[in-house]
Design a protein around this ligand. Structure first.
Ligand code: SF4
Length: 393
């Protein structure tokens, strides 16, 4: 348990992030923690790098909506101070707290207080002797660093442990976690360290974390992005929702990539819909499709969708046409129908609609578009004729 949040042992995968404020700035840090919690963060880490930070933690912990973990580097005394401040857990870096008596002092205190500690091995700050032994940074070196630390903990009978072996190199990180999962049942905290700014950072972190989660490895996750930490929390939550590992609380907006058939600016409408649903907390899948020719069929699994055609928006529920609205009212109509579905369900939405009329209108627009654009909306056939002419000349 980290505070009231279970980690490991088959409990739901949790999302973590870390504040970027000075921990001594109590109000600023709490503000960030509240924003993180709202974005889907379950556990938050704050640095405890000096006495002021530890004193700040004493005021932050009782007012935080989620459990707090103190991040400790170099100074084992800061770990003791953070525990005194009431934190719910610690993260120690075995690469920079090396004296066995210091590690054991912290572990004994945590044992007496029933607090969990994460052994946070980081590829960038591995114990130099392990670098030497393995001839550089390898998965085995990171795993050995973690196992070394566990041995100290076990000497003082402490076993409320989590482990992470983060590296910024994705294949290396994946390999290290796989090795660790073979070697131990201890809960694992997953992350790609120093992933960098989005979108590349998001891609790297997602590649590493989701590969492992899909193999059943990992109990808690953190995106380490060079961005507002709220982005990290949001990404973590969205990844878990996308993998079906967390119940969806918000709209899952799907949209076609658009093509030559599109009757609207799909990117613009999808973004407008995203903004309109952002704070609505409707656990529905909603589709924005560029054309009525293929849209309702392609998105028939969605709870609700809209497809454009002939300057009109064709609303559909579970693939059934339910209404037609002017093109500039598409987003409002989506919101109105989504709220109805959230309250009454998709069957009620279909029942309240004149589906016959809506289907007739959709068929009309569909066939008009087919007449105008035919099967070859991207004009490939015309282009091929031109290419042949050009080549033959
Ligand atoms: S065919 Fe229609 S629904 Fe499919 S990508 Fe093109 S515009 Fe979107």
């Amino acid at each position: 348990m980290v505070g009231k949040v279970p980690v490991g042992g088959g409990s739901p995968i949790t999302v973590q992030s870390m504040t970027t404020t000075k921990t001594a700035d109590v109000e600023g840090t709490l503000q960030q923690i509240y924003a993180l919690a709202a974005a889907g963060c379950d556990i938050v880490r704050c640095t405890c790098n000096d006495q002021e930070a530890a004193e700040g933690l004493a005021q932050i912990v009782p007012r935080s909506p989620i459990p707090i973990i103190a991040d400790i580097h170099h100074q084992y005394k800061m770990a003791l101070a953070a525990m005194e401040a009431g934190v719910h857990g610690l993260r120690l870096n075995p690469g920079n707290i090396r004296k066995p008596e210091h590690i054991k002092a912290v572990a004994s205190e945590a044992r007496d207080r029933n607090l969990a500690i994460r052994i946070g091995v980081n590829g960038g700050s591995l114990d130099p002797s392990l670098y030497e032994k393995y001839g550089g940074l390898t998965a085995a070196a990171m795993v050995e660093s973690a196992m070394h630390e566990i041995a100290y903990f076990q000497e003082v009978d402490f076993n409320l442990i989590k482990i992470s072996v983060k590296a910024s190199n994705v294949p290396l990180m994946v390999e290290a976690y796989r090795m660790l999962a073979e070697a131990t049942d201890i809960p694992l905290h997953l992350g790609v360290t120093e992933a960098g700014p989005p979108p590349a950072g998001l891609i790297k972190a997602t590649a590493g974390i989701s590969t492992l989660l899909l193999e059943g490895i990992g109990d808690t996750i953190r995106y380490s992005l060079t961005a507002d930490p709220v982005e990290e929390a949001r990404a973590g939550r969205q990844l878990l929702e996308a993998l079906g590992l967390r119940e969806r609380k918000n709209v899952d907006l799907i949209a076609c990539p658009s093509c030559g058939r599109a009757e609207i600016d799909v990117i613009d409408i999808a973004n407008k819909a995203l903004a309109a649903f952002e704070h609505k907390k409707l656990p529905l899948q909603i589709a924005v499709m560029g054309c009525v020719v293929n849209g309702p069929g392609e998105a028939r699994e969605a709870d609700l969708g809209i497809a454009a055609g002939n300057k009109r928006g064709h609303l559909f529920v579970k693939g059934r046409n339910v209404a037609v609205v002017p093109e500039d009212e598409m987003v409002e109509a989506l919101v109105e129908w989504a709220e109805f579905i959230n309250e009454h369900g998709t069957d009620a939405a279909i029942a309240r609609a004149d589906t016959k009329l809506a289907e007739r209108e959709a068929a009309k627009d569909r066939s008009q578009l087919m007449d105008e654009k035919g099967d070859d909306a991207n004009h490939s056939a015309e282009k091929i004729v031109e290419i042949r002419k050009a080549v033959q000349n």
